[in-house]
Design a protein around this ligand. Structure first.
Ligand code: F6R
Length: 262
C-alpha cells in the first residue's frame, strides 16, 4: 500500500490525479481506458484535476468506458441525486467521458429479480471490457467502500445492500431530509473492487481518521470493509493531515513516499 499525505485539499487532489495518470499509463496501451468512478465529496477535487489533464492533452476520456461503484435503489435514473446524474455532472461533463459509455448499477428496476440479475450482469460487463484499469474510491466514516457496509463479505460481488443508519445520516446532506435518503443501494462488491488493476482512494477530514487507521493498520476484517485494500497489490491512499491523524506508522509512510534514485 502507498500512503500519500497532502497538506491541503489541493495537494491531495494533485497527488491523486498523478496516481490515476500513472496507473492509466502503466495499464493501458493502444486502447481506450476503463475507469472506475466514485461519487460523494472526496473525489471532486481529483475530478477537477483530471479535467485539467484532459485540457492539457495528457489524458483522453473521449473513447473511455466508466463504471460507477454504486447506485441508490428506488431513485429514478433521472433523479438529480441518483449516482448516474451525479457522475454525469461531476465526471462526464468535466472530462469528456461520453454519457453513453458510463455504466451505473441498475437501481430503479421494476422487481427484485430484475435488480439482482442486473447486479450480477454488472460484474460480467466489467469483465467483458477487460476489467477496470484504475478504480477511484472514497471511504465512509464507518469504513465502507462502495456501499459495502461493515460485515460485508470480503469477496462479495456486485449486490444489493442495506445502508447503515450512519451512512444515511452522512448522505442526508445531499437530500432535503433524512427520510428522503434511500435505504438500499446496489454496489460493486469488495471482490469486484479488488479486481481493478489500480485502486486510488481519496479521504480528507477528521471524520475519516478512524476509518483510515482501521483500513491501513487494523486487522483485515469485515468490520472495516476498506481493510480489504490490504490485499491489493497496487493501491494508493491519498489523504490529508486530518484523515491521517490516527496513523501509527506515519514516519514510515512519509519515508516510503520519497522517490529512490539509484
Ligand atoms: C460513493 C461511494 C462511497 C463514498 C463514501 C465517502 O460512490 O461509494 O463509498 O465514497 O461514502 O463519501 P464522501 O466522499 O462524500 O465522504
Amino acid at each position: 500500500m502507498k500512503v500519500l499525505i497532502g497538506s491541503t485539499h489541493e495537494e491531495v487532489a494533485e497527488l491523486a490525479a498523478n496516481s490515476v495518470l500513472e496507473g492509466l499509463e502503466r495499464y493501458v496501451s493502444n486502447r481506450p481506458p476503463v475507469i472506475g468512478l466514485a461519487t460523494g465529496s472526496s473525489p471532486l477535487g481529483l475530478y477537477g484535476k483530471l479535467a485539467e489533464l484532459v485540457k492539457a492533452g495528457r489524458l483522453d476520456f473521449s473513447q473511455a468506458t466508466g463504471f460507477a461503484l454504486d447506485e441508490y435503489v428506488g431513485l429514478p435514473q433521472s433523479h438529480e441525486q441518483s449516482y448516474r446524474q451525479t457522475l454525469i455532472r461531476d465526471f462526464c461533463q468535466v472530462t469528456g467521458l461520453p454519457e453513453a459509455n458510463l455504466n451505473v448499477p441498475l437501481g430503479d428496476a421494476e422487481s427484485l429479480e430484475v435488480l439482482e440479475a442486473a447486479a450480477s450482469q454488472y460484474d460480467e460487463a466489467i469483465r467483458a471490457v477487460g476489467g477496470v484499469d484504475v478504480q477511484i474510491l472514497g471511504i465512509g466514516s464507518n469504513g465502507h467502500i462502495g456501499f459495502n457496509e461493515p460485515g460485508t463479505s470480503l469477496r462479495s460481488r456486485t449486490h444489493m445492500t442495506r445502508l447503515t443508519a450512519r451512512t444515511r445520516a452522512d448522505n442526508a446532506r445531499f437530500f432535503g431530509s433524512l427520510d428522503e435518503v434511500p435505504t438500499h443501494s446496489v454496489t460493486q462488491g469488495l471482490g469486484t473492487v479488488l479486481d481493478a488493476k489500480r485502486l486510488v482512494l481519496v479521504a480528507t477530514g477528521q471524520a475519516k481518521a478512524d476509518a483510515i487507521a482501521a483500513a491501513i493498520e487494523g486487522p483485515l476484517a469485515a468490520a472495516c470493509p476498506a481493510s480489504v485494500l490490504q490485499l491489493h497489490q497496487d493501491v494508493t491512499l491519498v489523504i490529508d493531515e486530518e484523515a491521517a491523524m490516527h496513523l501509527k506508522h506515519r514516519e514510515y509512510y512519509d519515508a516510503a513516499a520519497q522517490v529512490l534514485s539509484l
